[in-house]
Design a binder for this molecule. Structure first.
Ligand SMILES: Cc1cc2nc3c(=O)[nH]c(=O)nc-3n(C[C@H](O)[C@H](O)[C@H](O)COP(=O)(O)O)c2cc1C
Length: 183
């Protein structure tokens, strides 16, 4: 993967794709699927992630204060859904799903280089985790796979059906107020 500027992380998350959240606790990594996330601020980036206590990943995120958000391509959609339908409390999902990992630069959880992009995050604020399952994440390093053929992300409709990225509209000429987002 090649390094991606943190000022571009917002482009990965703004469209709201299904992501994989990689955590680690006591040296054991785990991964789950998540869609409850948004860019809270584009640049410097802040991400809000809703991750409930019913997930094994929740305790790891709270205890370690770190995670990797990996953005899978649509070629991984079945695997991503299956990852969100089993628990790391019962199994090693990396072994079960044959997920390749590589070390992250700044956090303990590993990257998933088979994905389109990976964002290393530290928990900046978990004060709303108790009441709202909400974590504010501070991206500290980001990576993308420049040579990957399948570049489409996928989005959960909230009912077990998914939409795949379609054709893009180029409206850059109208973005007169936001030249910094166009390069
Ligand atoms: C498409 C999809 C999206 C999901 N989004 C979220 C989410 O945004 N937040 C959340 O807490 N759980 C979400 N889940 C549920 C977790 O991925 C699921 O509970 C998973 O089994 C947790 O794994 P763990 O116990 O190993 O942490 C989602 C599941 C699927 C299939």
């Amino acid at each position: 993967m090649k390094e991606l500027s943190l000022s571009k992380v917002y482009r990965l998350i703004e469209p709201g794709p299904v992501v994989l959240v990689v955590t680690a606790q006591h040296g054991v990594a785990n991964v789950m699927a998540a869609t409850s996330l948004m860019m809270a601020r584009p640049d410097p980036p802040l991400i809000a992630l809703g991750l409930g206590p019913w997930n094994h990943s929740h305790a790891a995120l709270r205890a370690s204060g770190e995670c990797v958000l990996a953005v899978p391509g649509v070629d991984m959609v079945e695997t991503a859904v299956d990852i969100g339908n089993c628990s790391g409390a019962d199994m090693d999902k990396f072994a079960h799903f044959g997920l390749v990992t590589s070390p992250a630069a700044k956090v303990a959880p590993p990257l998933l280089p088979g994905c389109l992009a990976n964002v290393e995050c530290r928990v900046l604020d978990d004060r709303m985790a108790e009441d709202y399952d909400l974590f504010i994440l501070d991206p500290v390093r980001a990576w993308f796979a420049p040579d990957r053929d399948e570049r489409r992300t996928f989005h959960h409709n909230g009912d077990g059906t998914f939409v795949i990225d379609g054709p893009a509209l180029d409206l850059r000429a109208r973005m007169v107020k936001w030249p910094e987002f166009l390069d």
